[in-house]
Design a protein around this ligand. Structure first.
Ligand SMILES: *[C@@H]1O[C@H](CO)[C@@H](O)[C@H](O)[C@H]1NC(C)=O
Ligand SMILES: *[C@@H]1O[C@H](CO)[C@@H](O)[C@H](O)[C@H]1NC(C)=O
Ligand SMILES: *[C@@H]1O[C@H](CO)[C@@H](O)[C@H](O)[C@H]1NC(C)=O
Length: 498
């Protein structure tokens, strides 16, 4: 008997130790979760918490297979079968990883905003009643120059319009739908960067710039829509690529997902990696086709051309200039690429092994994308930079990252650059040629170009948007005033949740 009692109590104490252990583990995990959540900009959290698919090292494989990898969200282009058969096929294959609706492309509902918000800013005049140009007959022209850097709004909107008549061809990454209930996201087609660039100056007799007036109008329009009221904006996509665009509207439309170049001028509660999508600049330097250069045929070791910056993170530029100015194989000069002549910068970048990308008054700039287009290995000295599609792209395979504090140490940077030999450089140069297409904006968009990569990056945010939406509806049933709202019906059975 005593034995039995002893074993019983041993068992009981084991059980309680086990319980205690489990409890503490859970608490530990939970506390980590909250620590991570409360960090202002949790760069590393993105994949773990939000991505539906595993993070994919696109670069480990060749371009063909990387396109295949992206088929986590979009159908493989090789399979020219009908959509139905593809869906069933994929359900068998890896139905756990991705829902078949994602496979068929992101379903996007676009507000029919008046032309003054989009193509009207490009001086397009509507014919008849339609607010959209008939792009089958004529595509409104986007002027060249500096504005082109932020022209993402133009390419995405064109692609969405085109999706209506090209989707039959092959698996699209985006499909425009006209019933917002069927959409994954609601697209707000305001060309905010162009509006900022063209209309932020005030005319003498006006009290507000057109840029401000249009933002006010936009907020009024959007927040009055059924779609916005239904979700509080959580499933909306708003374009704000220029760091100064949407300065007024951002504080009112922040529940939406923004398409941004970086978070430099945003407080973390308005924009953050968890919610928003980083998109590339359009490069202003022409792509280097038939690049037959080699490590030895590029005489300049390190190239930098850019403005001197006066404020914020920009001080590093001046410091670096003094550290590097006596090195013979370093080109370091101040002045805008455009002022200095695009052709000169093109020649410079194509003749250089490495191209510096130093934080200016914002963490990002189009210089990185100019370097990629020139196959000049980017050296990134910008601690707060955010990079497009980084959840599926390992930049360390074709970029060099240097902490600002290291770069400002005497001889650190130059020694680092000189330590990278022909083989390592050539490997990175080859990767650049493999991935450059991810940063190419064009119409019509092509498989794996910037336009499609951005739609896919948005698609990867959709599950998190849905989660937020469903969570926000938890208590709606207890409010009689809102219980008639449509969302209530779609509350899933507890068993399906989590
Ligand atoms: C829109 O889609 C929803 C859900 O599929 C459907 O119930 C509704 O009838 C559709 N509305 C129109 C106008 O077709
Ligand atoms: C690359 O090709 C061009 C034109 O065909 C030629 O002039 C140049 O010398 C070549 N460069 C190298 C490094 O082979
Ligand atoms: C709520 O969650 C379900 C299950 O994930 C999803 O299908 C649904 O679309 C979500 N609701 C909304 C309104 O997004």
């Amino acid at each position: 008997m005593p034995d039995r009692n002893a074993s019983k109590s041993v068992f009981a104490s084991r059980k309680s130790v086990f319980c205690f252990f489990t409890m503490t583990s859970i608490l530990f995990v939970l506390s980590w979760f909250f620590v991570i959540r409360s960090a202002a900009r949790p760069n590393f959290i993105d994949n773990n918490l939000l991505s539906t698919s595993e993070s994919i090292s696109v670069i480990d494989r060749n371009v063909e297979s990387s396109i295949g990898n992206r088929a986590v969200l979009v159908d493989n282009e090789k399979e020219e079968t009908t959509r139905e058969t593809q869906t069933t096929h994929e359900k068998d294959d890896d139905g756990v990883k991705c829902s078949s609706s994602n496979k068929l492309g992101l379903k996007v509902f676009m507000y029919d905003l008046p032309p003054e918000f989009h193509f009207g800013l490009l001086d397009w005049k509507p014919e008849g009643k339609s607010v959209w140009p008939n792009i089958r007959t004529k595509i409104p022209h986007y002027p060249g120059g500096l504005n082109l850097q932020h022209s993402i709004e133009y390419w995405l909107t064109l692609d969405l319009l085109a999706s209506e008549f090209t989707q039959a061809r092959k698996a699209p990454s985006v499909i425009r739908v006209h019933n917002s209930s069927e959409a994954d996201i609601i697209f707000v087609p305001f060309f905010s960067s162009l509006c900022y660039n063209r209309y932020s100056k005030m005319n003498p007799h006006e009290r507000k710039s057109i840029n401000k007036v249009l933002q006010d109008k936009l907020v009024k329009y959007v927040t009055a829509q059924e779609e916005w009221k239904r979700s509080g904006g959580k499933d909306h996509l708003v374009l704000a690529h220029h760091p100064n665009s949407m300065l007024d509207a951002r504080t009112k439309l922040w529940p939406a997902t923004f398409l941004l170049s970086d978070f430099g001028r945003y407080p973390p509660n308005i924009a953050n990696v968890e919610k928003d999508v980083i998109a590339p600049y359009r490069h202003v330097i022409r792509s280097y086709v038939n690049d037959n250069s080699t490590f030895d045929s590029r005489p300049i070791l390190l190239y930098f051309q850019g403005a001197i910056y006066r404020k914020d993170g920009g001080f590093a530029r001046q410091e670096l200039f003094y550290l590097l100015k006596d090195e013979k194989d370093v080109h370091f000069s101040f002045g805008s690429v455009l002022k200095g002549g695009v052709s000169k910068a093109t020649e410079g970048m194509r003749s250089s092994k490495f191209c510096l990308n130093i934080a200016g008054d914002t963490p990002s700039s189009n210089r990185l994308f100019d370097a990629i287009a020139s196959h000049c290995v980017p050296v990134i000295i910008s601690d707060d930079i955010e990079l497009p599609y980084e959840d599926v792209l390992d930049y360390s395979q074709f970029c060099i990252f240097v902490r600002t504090s290291d770069a400002l140490k005497e001889n650190y940077l130059i020694n680092f650059m000189r330590s990278i030999g022909r083989d390592e450089w050539t490997r990175m140069w080859n990767k650049l040629k493999e991935i450059e297409n991810f940063f190419e904006f064009q119409y019509p968009s092509k498989e794996g170009d910037a336009v499609q990569m951005i739609w896919q990056a948005v698609a990867r945010k959709v599950p998190a948007m849905r989660l937020k939406l469903n969570r926000s509806r938890r208590y709606t049933r207890s409010l009689p005033s809102t219980s008639k709202e449509e969302g209530i019906k779609s509350i899933p059975a507890p068993g399906n949740f989590w």
